[in-house]
Design a protein around this ligand. Structure first.
Ligand code: PMP
Length: 437
């Protein structure tokens, strides 16, 4: 094996010199941090210091770093046949597709059939969902939410509402509607006014005929924005009335993370036409998937659609193991219980630290939003950055999110334990005190 230099400063210098660090500048700490090892919910840096990973390596680690059963499944497959092009049949992705389809709702008559297409990432899956929606409906126009994030490919950027993530020259035919943010949305708390705005936007900013609407069932980079009751079902109804499809982006919120359901859209009793997933699906192995109603996917069969690494058996073997671990280790229930306990502790913190304007979330998808003043709700980016740094000193890794980078997002591996909750809450308390929040 080639020798790797683990020295923190040398790694940081290489990264700055060769590694397009400018594109990832939103994340780093003031001092470089180099992770060498991960085990379940914990990470160790190159100097051997231990951290609790409240970011789950950006939600890719769903059931635990280097989870032994997932690693074993992937290694076994990699040693036998690392890749098999989808030009040939392979049983591992075929089984995995069947198992994923089985997680989807079947509808009141039990007759909804689902098909799966594997990609290598979330944004590729978003692109494919977009193509599928336009092919199935014959319409071009799309709706998305203003604080949406759907990925870095050109098509995914085109429906990403947060302007900091959108670059020049992205494809068009997209109209944005206000996010139903219950803390700081433009219509305040509630659902109806946000739904009315969907109708108005369809009339005023589109041709009146839609291909579809993309909605993260819980917004991630937007700052953990939950959809209020009735929003997803109401949006789906309006979009379908305009000829379009409802596309659920479950890239962050899926696989039981929100605690009550495998898929966060289920909380609203609505059934999407297309579901997009990635990140936690492979527990760190690169994989994405579009799961679509059979009739929605069928018109695509007239042309070719082929992802070279799609349905890679090594990644799909990891994915199958993830589903098995979720089931056998009662991961969703753990996300509900541990997430519920952590949310309680975050509410306590809000009592003591005036910089906290809001705490929110479900299961292990939680957030603290920082404000300069609880009345004006002016976002406090500087205190967020200071707390974020102080958390690192307390051994806690999380991320800054939201359009103003004023939200601390907590989305740990779903094996986080009740003992961790105490450490996390105490660490956050110390971090707020240190940052004078
Ligand atoms: N949708 C959502 C909600 C995401 O959070 C992301 C990634 N952060 C994507 C899509 C795109 O996924 P990827 O980065 O794997 O392309």
């Amino acid at each position: 094996m080639m020798k790797t230099d683990w020295t923190t400063d040398a790694t940081a210098a290489r990264r700055d010199a060769y590694y397009a660090a400018s594109l990832t500048k939103f994340m780093p700490f003031r001092e470089p941090l180099v992770f060498k090892k991960g085990q379940m919910q914990y990470l160790w840096d190159a100097e051997g210091r231990k951290y609790t990973d409240l970011l789950g390596m950006n939600l890719c680690i769903s059931v635990g770093h280097s989870h032994p059963r997932v690693v074993a499944a992937a290694m076994e497959q990699a040693q036998e046949l690392t890749h098999c092009t989808t030009m040939f049949y392979h049983p591992v992705p075929a089984h995995f597709a069947e198992e994923l389809a089985a997680t989807m709702p079947k509808g009141p008559n039990g007759d909804i059939e689902w098909v799966v297409h594997f990609t290598n990432s979330g944004s590729e899956a978003i692109d494919l969902a977009m193509t599928m929606a336009r092919t199935a409906t014959g319409n071009l126009d799309l709706l998305a939410l203003r604080t949406a994030y759907h990925g870095p490919t050109a098509a995914a950027q085109s429906i990403t509402g947060i302007s900091g993530w959108r670059h020049p020259g992205m494809p068009g035919n997209v109209a944005f509607v206000p996010e139903p943010n219950q803390y700081r949305g433009i219509f305040g708390p509630g659902t109806q006014l946000y739904l009315d705005e969907i109708d108005r936007t369809i009339q005023s900013a589109t041709t009146g005929r839609l291909a579809g609407m993309f909605i993260e069932s819980v917004q991630g980079y937007g700052g953990i924005v939950e959809m209020p009751p009735g929003y997803l079902s109401g949006a789906a109804e309006r979009v379908r009335a305009a000829g379009g499809l409802y596309i659920a982006d479950e890239v962050q919120s899926g696989f039981g993370r929100t605690g009550d359901h495998m898929w966060a859209f289920e909380a609203d009793g609505v059934i999407p036409d297309i579901v997009v997933m990635a990140k936690g699906i492979g527990n760190g192995f690169p994989l994405g998937a579009v799961v679509a109603r059979k009739d929605v996917a069928a018109p695509m069969a007239d042309k070719f659609m082929f992802h070279t690494y799609g349905a890679n058996p090594t990644c799909c073997a990891a994915g199958r193991a993830v589903l098995q671990v979720i089931d056998e280790d009662k991961v969703q229930q753990n996300a509900k219980d541990v997430g519920g306990a952590l949310l309680e502790r975050l509410r306590d913190l809000k009592q003591r630290h005036p910089a906290i304007g809001d705490v929110r979330g479900r299961g292990l998808m939680l957030a603290i939003e920082m404000v300069k003043d609880r009345k004006t709700k002016e976002p406090d980016r500087d205190t967020t950055a200071a707390v974020f740094e102080a958390c690192r000193d307390a051994g806690l890794i999380m991320s800054k999110s939201g359009p103003h980078q004023s939200v601390l997002r907590m989305v740990p591996p779903m094996c986080l334990s009740m003992q961790d909750v105490d450490n996390v809450a105490d660490g956050l308390d110390a971090a707020f005190t240190a940052a004078n929040g």
